[in-house]
Design a protein around this ligand. Structure first.
Ligand code: PBG
Length: 324
């Protein structure tokens, strides 16, 4: 073994203190955005079967939930509404007294500092479960834009701090920016689901949000998982239209895309750690096949290493707990 030349990487791994000194990536409570599913009714806290630890919560129980969330040091939530009624045009999405609007008002009244993000989409509110207006079996792009702008404005009126449109119609950022500006909400940022793939990882969410399309799929508006360059075109157009944050969704199978978006644009990048990614870990952990805490921390740290500034995750409360 004499005269062998090689690098001694292990020198910097000799103790936990030393490893912590050379660590490059950190997960912080400030990075987390916690999703909540709000339902009409009273005294409801129903578990979502496919997402252990996730609940449908009614407004009267929101205070208890938010007290816990805020107490854990989480700075931001994203609200999804599960309305009592759906129709062709998804009118509950832009009803001033819709479920998200009511939840937003209440959350801001209870915790003014909490950053409330409103998901802006129609699929939970339309009877057909698509994210846009349907005519002759086709999802109509341009007529949908008005409804999205109306939805965003009503969410801003209710006090939402950030508007997060997830519908993937072309021009949605431009339409929502104009809608917000015309209504005087020039200071409300748009967190655009800029790069949203047509993914099978959304399955459990659609159970939770009751938003499964009643016919066909979302492939004419959400992206083909095989495409990388297209992600850059989507991000580019959203930035040009006025997006303040860029979401990449899902996260786990798309770490390469997170990195490219991060390198290509200066806006904060948000990884959406989606429902299927959550459920897979929960299921394996419940079977005793993996160690949940270390897997979750590894996974979310990897998203940050890939370039995510923020992470929307159903694990937010667990992570905040572990970080304490
Ligand atoms: C609504 C929306 C979806 C998700 C967030 N907003 C579902 C979809 O596009 O079908 C998925 C979130 C998740 O899976 O955790 N458009």
């Amino acid at each position: 073994m004499e005269n062998l030349q090689f690098a001694r990487h292990r020198r910097l791994r000799r103790s936990e203190n030393l490893r912590s000194m050379v660590r490059e990536t950190f997960l912080r409570k400030e990075d987390l955005i916690y999703p909540l599913f709000i339902v009409e009714g009273e005294n409801i806290k129903n578990p979502v079967a496919s997402m252990p630890g996730v609940y449908h919560i009614s407004l009267d129980l929101l205070k208890e939930e938010l007290t816990e969330v805020v107490g854990l040091g989480i700075k931001s939530i994203i609200l999804f509404g599960v309305p009592a009624e759906k129709n062709e045009l998804g009118t509950e999405a832009y009803n001033a007294n819709g479920i998200v609007q009511k939840a937003t008002r209440l959350a801001k009244e209870l915790f003014p500092e909490l950053v409330v993000v409103a998901d802006t989409c129609l699929c939970q509110y339309t009877s057909h479960g698509h994210c846009g207006i349907v005519e002759n079996g086709q999802i109509q792009n341009d007529p949908t834009l008005d409804l999205l702008a109306k939805t965003a404005v009503s969410q801003a009126e209710a006090g939402a701090d950030i508007i997060a449109p997830s519908n993937m119609m072309d021009g949605f950022v431009a339409a929502i920016r104009k809608g917000l500006d015309d209504a005087g909400y020039t200071d409300i940022p748009i967190m655009s689901y800029a790069v949203k793939y047509s993914s099978s990882f959304y399955g459990p969410f659609r159970d939770a949000a009751h938003s499964t399309p009643q016919f066909g799929d979302r492939k004419t508006y959400q992206m083909d998982p095989a495409n990388r360059r297209e992600a850059m075109r989507e991000a580019q157009s959203d930035i040009e239209e006025g997006a303040d944050f860029l979401i990449v969704k899902p996260a786990l199978s798309y770490l390469d895309i997170i990195r490219e978006v991060k390198d290509g644009f200066d806006a904060p990048v948000v990884a959406y750690n989606v429902s299927g990614e959550y459920s897979m870990i929960k299921a394996a952990a419940q079977n005793g096949w993996i160690d949940e805490q270390s897997i979750v921390m590894e996974k979310l740290t990897s998203m940050k290493r890939a370039g995510a500034d923020l992470i929307i995750t159903y694990f937010a409360k667990d992570v905040a707990n572990w970080l304490s």
